[in-house]
Design a protein around this ligand. Structure first.
Ligand code: ACO
Length: 336
């Protein structure tokens, strides 16, 4: 029996605390005008003390489960795309599983930075088509504020925290139309030095006393060559969008909604322009959420979904570019 992967539930969560450009301008040498003009960002949400990536992920996941009308006990695999895990191990996915009251089924993390959700959707789709899983909970969750150097104006203005989630179901192709059409993924590690957060806890010598309570997120900071990343993002996103459409025989004009990773409004607009896509058919959340890395694509999806924008049969194009560099795109025919 051939199956296709359908999105049957969508959810999102943003922490309560909002950090505006104005407030940020009191912390580093920047201004609301500079941030708006160069990035389109006006504010970002920030986790509260003690709030973990798994808390954000569990909140979005619960909303997606409720939306699908099922419980965690109906799920048979759970994936969390994150670059800001609660701990080095165990996986954030295992912690989310526990917090949702699930048990027994496999749960693991995906690390492709801002492309994590796009990679995760491709991975889940492949596994579900092979018959391995019937229902998968796929989450993108990040506490980027924990790995930002809050004294570096080049990067700290760009990021925010949040999470988004989808419930995926494998459905026989002869019983329902639509679902994930297909995906394209790429990575080129020769660019890794342009965008990275090195962890700084290596080098513990045998016999040395080490403070094991320093967590992974507390000792790393994002470093980025902004304009080089910008140029490559525009180029590679343009290419990958063309590639995924060609691979699946879909015309640019057939795409109803563009759901891009939300890094910078200028990158978003460049991709929409290349696709000749009117901007009102492009998800835009970077202004309110900033760059939430792996959470950004599912949060953008949730944003449009909650406004009732998607109609059955609509074609959605999801795309992302990330540190690595790792980039990719998914095509989905809306069926919910
Ligand atoms: N406030 C004021 N001035 C600033 C700030 C700031 N927050 N940040 C940088 N500047 C200054 C710089 O110091 C520089 O000053 P100088 O000319 O005196 O040296 C000037 O502004 C211009 O800096 P650029 O870096 O050239 O500015 P640019 O127009 O490229 O914008 C930005 C910078 C917003 C970072 C842009 O390059 C960008 O969005 N890059 C891509 C980010 C991205 O897509 N990341 C991918 C995903 S993230 C992930 O995977 C984790």
């Amino acid at each position: 029996m051939s199956v296709q992967t359908h999105i049957i539930g969508v959810g999102g969560y943003l922490p309560e605390r909002i950090l505006s450009n104005e407030e940020l301008s009191t912390m580093v040498d920047t201004s609301d005008a500079w941030i708006r003009e160069r990035t389109g960002i006006t504010q970002r949400h920030i986790v509260s003390e003690g709030q973990q990536t798994s808390d954000l992920g569990a909140a979005a996941a619960q909303q997606a489960l409720d939306d699908a009308g099922i419980s965690i006990h109906d799920i048979d695999a759970l994936l969390v795309a994150t670059t800001t895990p609660d701990m080095i191990f165990p996986s954030t996915a295992s912690i989310v599983q526990y917090k949702l009251g699930g048990k027994g089924f496999p749960a693991w993390d995906i690390q492709a930075v801002c492309s994590g959700f796009v990679y995760g959707l491709a991975q889940a789709d492949g596994m579900m088509r092979s018959g391995m899983f019937k229902r998968v909970l796929l989450i993108g969750a990040e506490s980027m504020s924990r790995i930002v150097d809050w004294t570096d104006r080049n990067t700290c203005v760009l990021f925010g925290d949040g999470s988004g989630a989808v419930v995926l179901e494998a459905v026989a192709t002869d019983s329902k139309e639509g679902g994930v059409i297909g995906s394209v993924l790429h990575c080129d590690g020769s660019y890794r030095h342009l965008l990275m957060a090195e962890h700084r806890y290596g080098g513990n010598a045998p016999g040395e006393k080490v403070d094991f309570r320093v967590d992974a997120a507390g000792v790393a900071a994002i470093e980025m060559k902004g304009n080089e990343v910008f140029r490559m993002a525009v180029k590679k996103l343009g290419e990958v969008v063309g590639e995924v459409l060609e691979k699946h025989g879909i015309k640019q004009s057939d795409v109803d909604w563009l759901i891009p990773h939300q890094a910078n409004i200028r990158i978003l607009k460049a991709t929409a322009k290349k696709m000749k896509m009117p901007e009102e058919y492009m998800a835009l959340t970077v202004d309110q959420h900033a760059n939430t890395s792996a959470a950004s694509v599912p949060l953008a999806l949730n944003h449009l979904y909650r406004q009732g924008k998607f109609k059955t049969g609509n074609i959605l194009l999801l795309e992302a570019f990330a540190g690595g560099f790792a980039w990719g795109a998914n095509l989905v025919r809306w069926s919910k």
